[in-house]
Design a protein around this ligand. Sequence first.
Ligand SMILES: C[S@@+](CC[C@H](N)C(=O)[O-])C[C@H]1O[C@@H](n2cnc3c(N)ncnc32)[C@H](O)[C@@H]1O
Length: 306
Amino acid sequence: MTNRNIDDQGSLSSSIWTDSIANNKQPNGKELIAHLKTVHREHAGFTEKCASTCRDKAGLNSYEWLAEIVPDIDGTRVLDLACGSGPLLKILYDRNKKLKLTGVDMSPEELEIAKTRISDDSADLFELKAQNLSTISDDSLDVVLCHWALTLMDPIAPVLSEVRRVLSVGGKFAALVDGPMNDAPGYSDVHDLIYSYVQDKLPSYGEFDLGDPRIRSTNSLKNLASEAFPDATIKVESKIVSMQGPIAEVTKTAAGFFYASFMLPPEIHNTMLSKLSNLLSITKQKEELGNQGRFIMPISRIVINN
Ligand SMILES: C[S@@+](CC[C@H](N)C(=O)[O-])C[C@H]1O[C@@H](n2cnc3c(N)ncnc32)[C@H](O)[C@@H]1O
């Protein structure tokens, strides 16, 4: 990327985590948590906008795909780990009001939104880190779900060991994570474009993942899971989901899914959006629909039968 003259347009959003990246140092777990908490304080609810809009061929979004794991049996005890603003809990509650739902997240701002859509008697919500689920008893859950958050957890080993502790024998743990990038046409171009704007200011951005990189590839994810659940059967499935609509809306929603986009000050953010809209535009093929855009995302679901 050249000729952006970004020095005139403000600095990247900064945190201890970004300071470590700027110094070419792998941020530690505390710095990661502080960074994620800041992003979620300032942009609470951002994940669900894109994730609930993108759908597979059958019309399911990724929350609905993950929710399939929960049997429709009254009294089933379900934990949504890192529930964020609560979209998955709401889907489960609307499907069966007799499920016993619990949600935990470390972001109070996300939990505040979750509380506005799920009443106290419909779900227990706790502000907790996934590495220490202290208020949840051993063997007390039938299903643990985690939608697009496992990738952000570092260290990951204590998270998996906590999930194992709280799950009953015969219970299931299922997580929705990023799928193989190349499965979704154009996805890596979107990723690279957004990252390139951040990298103009912070060249090491992207070298250190937000979370444990082993969650991001199918094989290493399976290996981690089988170390934590040695006797379990483990299955990973992948698919793509997409959204299509007015180009400005699709561009904004797609960009808002990437943590990297929140690093950019408004002026650079706007320039990035304008380049991104060129990438996502499909108007040439479908002019009768007006100025349309499409965004395609790869997703994977890991299901562990304990
Ligand atoms: C990308 S959002 C996903 C939120 C929600 N599951 C959804 O898909 O809409 C990631 C969420 O994980 C939470 N999170 C990240 N690391 C966490 C940790 N170690 N413990 C608890 N929550 C965590 C964040 O606060 C945030 O709400």
